[in-house]
Design a protein around this ligand. Sequence first.
Ligand code: ADP
Ligand code: ZN
Ligand code: ZN
Length: 752
Amino acid sequence: MESLDRRFQYKIPQRYEESITIGTPVKIPFGKGNRVIKGYVVGISDVPKWDTDKMKYITEIEKRGISASEQLLTLAYWIKEKYGSTFNEAIRTVLPVKKSVKSVENRIISLKLDKDKAKSVLAELEGKKNAAARVRLLKELIDREYVYFSEVKSRINISMQTVNSLLAAGVINIDNERVYRNPVNSESCADEPDRDVINLNSEQQMVVSSIVNDYQSGKRDTHLIHGVTGSGKTEVYMSIMDYVISQGKQVIMLIPEIALTYQTVNRFYKRFGDRVSILNSRMSAGERFDQYERASKGEIDIIIGPRSALFVPFERLGLIVIDEEHEDSYKSEKPPKYHAREVAIKRAELSGAMVILGSATPSIDSYYKSELPENCPDRFIRHELNYRAVSQGLPLVNVVDMREEFAAKNYSMFSNELRTSIGECLSRREQIILFINRRGFLGFVSCRSCGQVIKCPHCDISLTIHNVKENGNASRNGSGQAQKMICHYCGYEQPMIKQCPSCESKYIGGFGIGTQQVEQMLVNTFPGIRVLRMDADTTSGKEGHSNILKQFAAHEADVLLGTQMIVKGHDYPLVTLVGVLAADLSLNMNDYRAAEKTFELLVQASGRAGRGQKPGKVVIQTYQPDNYAIERAAKQDYRSFYEQEIMYRRLMKYPPCAGMMSVFVAGVEDDEVYKIISKASHVAEECIKSGVKATVIGPSRHPVSRVNDRYRYIMYIKGENVSDLIDIRNCIDDAIGDCCSEKECVVQYDMT
Ligand code: ADP
Ligand code: ZN
Ligand code: ZN
């Protein structure tokens, strides 16, 4: 690791000019005797640091055959360079922490009784006084089958006494020995693997053979499978995995954590047996480490997990699949702010593996790459699946204009159409998903009468309402608080308006709608209706989320009501109605991806309807029925949405048509933070004057302007090339780095 921090310059032989990138392992002559040693490319430059006549050439590229741990180190270096984190942060992301757990604490507690008996013991204990700790432990065990004492001790506050009393009662077992356990092979997946494979339809078959052919011929392009919801993408992945595994290779399958349900995992288990394992964030450090060790020993062929599964130390990695590749959860929120898609491509390159991305609504980024000309090295190869594999086809979608409902004096949050549809669905004893779009909800200003949303005149991004406290300098209104509207890209602000600028209606203001209100409304409108609400309040328990979904799958409720978390790839054949409340809310988030995210949410939500034998129906309520994201989503027309959206990105120079980076600074002293970010902006302007092609937007206060008494500022830099942005970032970092640590300010960079 240490040697990675020493840099030397070498010349690149002409034959390697195209193929060398940052992170490429190479052989180099080293020292007086020109001993050939291994090194990694950590930067490429036109500027020689010494005499080029004396500079040595790289001997050769070592494309394949470096060990998993070397790959991961190289990856860490690449991540640091690309995303602007420290090397430490990158290493911590990439290498699992080996936790030495004291052996006495490393005990594994498991159920001795079968689950039903354990449940009746639990019921007994719940009636008793002073049994709370035992109840907690037992619940945990019924959920998970086994736990490490070290892990539950503090999390659910259990003492060794609790454990001993359950042990004495013959309810549990304690093992001291470290046994590898396969988290998949739990009771829920206990059915024997059946290797009856579904016969792929011709569309699926075509995709599989085209990708497998490429694989056979040694091509390692990135493939994008654009398949409508329910088109059988997962079956396609599994067939390709079958082939890759038959070649002695290993597979990483990324799934958004929220979709990592037993339903999904069971499908893989049934096909591949216990050569499959999973990783998830609920696992203890010990459990994770077990999985890493099993992977590194070659005991598993497939690992399924969220983005961190990318760093599993497979020695024979052959394929990385990223399902639902458009998901935001693939982007890390803390430094290094890496994107799993980009890191996957890099890791695949280091290990000679292939990457397959799949989605019903590909990210604009990925689709853009699939449209690049054939000889572009960044190009993705696109495959389409246009038909649903089993059901009646895509659902019927109705868009309801809420301005008309308002004009017709229906002030309720349900349109007539939605209310009638819910009633019909209930009388057929079918199920309903109601989805409240609260994505990016940040107090934008809109008119209930005409639907107008107030936007920044410079950025075409919604303005956000801010309350100004006493020390602010805006004038106050009667409530003791003044309000103003701010653009979070450029900092433009104007006083709060009282009247709609386009229709003069007074029904203008912030928009608010919550899951609890909707639940109440449902219960009032449809007496006896059984509602499951899924939001941050109801899913706080460890298994809260999957319990709700299980109940819904068992038809213990008529309606599943929630925010975007219910939209993810679940498959409920009885759901025939999907309602979307406030479809346009996400159009108003202060982000250039607002339309993309709205389109994606609506198509994914619609995709939940009619997945069984019965046809589905979708009702989308909106104030902006003419907006292209809503209109195209209702038609499920990705292609035409993409064409419109990419025009906008081109025009506004937003990614993927240009690079965009944010610089974020936070600290205790408002003035100091502002000084630092101003300096950053000054440095960026200097770079631009010296010829780097970029523009600076801001700096301005962050949408959440203060957290934990720390003031936050943000600025954006747009540039034609990401590499220019990286140059600017390095200049900024050199200029403000010391000052930041002196003033205890935090600086973070984000390539968006
Ligand atoms: P996606 O991942 O594209 O949403 P899935 O792979 O989950 O689609 O498939 C949707 C449903 O269709 C699943 O229940 C799956 O078992 C079924 N399915 C997929 N392909 C076929 C096929 N060729 N024949 C029959 N059923 C299929
Ligand atoms: Zn209006
Ligand atoms: Zn602006």
